[in-house]
Structures are given as structure tokens and as C-alpha cells.
Design a binder for this molecule. Sequence first.
Ligand SMILES: O=C(O)CCC(=O)C(=O)O
Ligand SMILES: [Fe+2]
Length: 229
Amino acid sequence: MRDATERLVRDGYLTLPGLIDPVRTRALAEAVSRLVEVEKDDPAAELLPGQNIYLRFLLDKDATFHPLLTLEPTLSTARSLLGPQVWLDLDARMTFAGAAGYAVPWHIHMPVVPRPLPPFFCCPHQIHCLVYLDPIGADEGPLCLIPGSHHSTDLTIPPGDHSARPGQVELLFQPGDAVLLHGNLWHRVGAATAAAGPRRLLLLGYVPSWIRPDTAIAGCGRPVPSLTS
Ligand SMILES: O=C(O)CCC(=O)C(=O)O
Ligand SMILES: [Fe+2]
């Protein structure tokens, strides 16, 4: 795993084919579908009707997800990179079958590196693991990522940009496959076609324990007074 961890540091991603066995993968997929049925009619749901839904705080909602707290080798890998004390933020998303044209534009998960860099700025690091519960082929749309882009504080891609980028890598998955990403690696999802099956996946966020769950929201979008002006 040492070489693999070095690749993850360098490239910002690491594929883990067959991370979860078929029986557990099916149980997790069914648990996600049960939650979709419960939450999709809630007015507060993160839902684009007929297209996509995000489900949050899974650990509080169904014990089927509890073994993910100690999933290996992802937990050990995350602790070896972030330090021993991490907490697990567990969400899921599902793109509905046949959501033709639905795609996710280029984004990173922690867009909080300000410029100019404050003198004592603490660079954000998180390790995120996407676990795929359905087959992801050309119809569902590949996960595209830019290797090494987590090192770059200069690369900015405008919101809503879906264009192919030089050097992008395109990944397809089988149920139970996973990929580890640095939280600031640029990635996007290609468009689904009318023939697409459902796209259910788990989003495991390994977060240093000193970063509180509400940190992403606190201060987000507010002007920060500059020390240099
Ligand atoms: O659906 C995928 O393959 C990745 C989804 C993603 O990047 C996200 O929801 O942040
Ligand atoms: Fe993402």
C-alpha cells in the first residue's frame, strides 16, 4: 500500500477496484434506495426532480452503513495522510435512471483557499472516498479528474464548466469499486444518456478531527478583512 499511498499524494487520486464485496455492495445500494424513497418528498431534500438527490448524515439513518466507519484500507490510508484523528462524514447521492443530459461540472470539495494567502493559513486537506454501488459505463457518464490538480492553487475553473480539459483521466466503475480523492482535486461527471441506469454512490469524507462539521459553512462567502490592506 506504500507505493499506492505515494501515488495518492502525488496524483490526488487512487482507484480501489473491488473494495466492497458484492453482497455488502447490494445491501448498501438497497439502503440508499430506501432512504431515497423516504426523503425524496421532503421539501428540504437536496433534490433535482427526476435527476439527482443527495442524502446526508447516513450514519444517523441506517445501521447498514455503520461498518463503513472502520472500512479498510481507506481508514488507515486516510490516517496515514491526515494524522491519526479523523472523523467520517458519510453522504450518498443517486442520479436517477434515464436522467439524460444530467452531468456534474468541474468542482472541488473544499473551495476555501483564499488569495492572497493569509500568513497563517492552514491548507485544507481531506481524503474523500467515492464508493460506486451501480455499474458506471458510458451511459452513466465517467468520473473525469485532473491528476495533480489538488497541488495547484492557481487553477480555477468557472462554475458550470463541463468542457474536456487537457490531461483529464476518465474512470468507469463496477459495483463495489471505489476511488480515493484529495478533497481539492478537480473533477466532474460526464453526461448521462436516456439509457443510463441509476448511479448510486457513497461519499466517505475523512476529515481531520479538529475540523468541525460546520467549518465549511462558517464564513463561506463572507468577505474576509485583509491584513495587508
Ligand atoms: O458521481 C460521481 O461519480 C461523483 C460525484 C461527485 O463528484 C460529487 O457528488 O461531488
Ligand atoms: Fe465531487
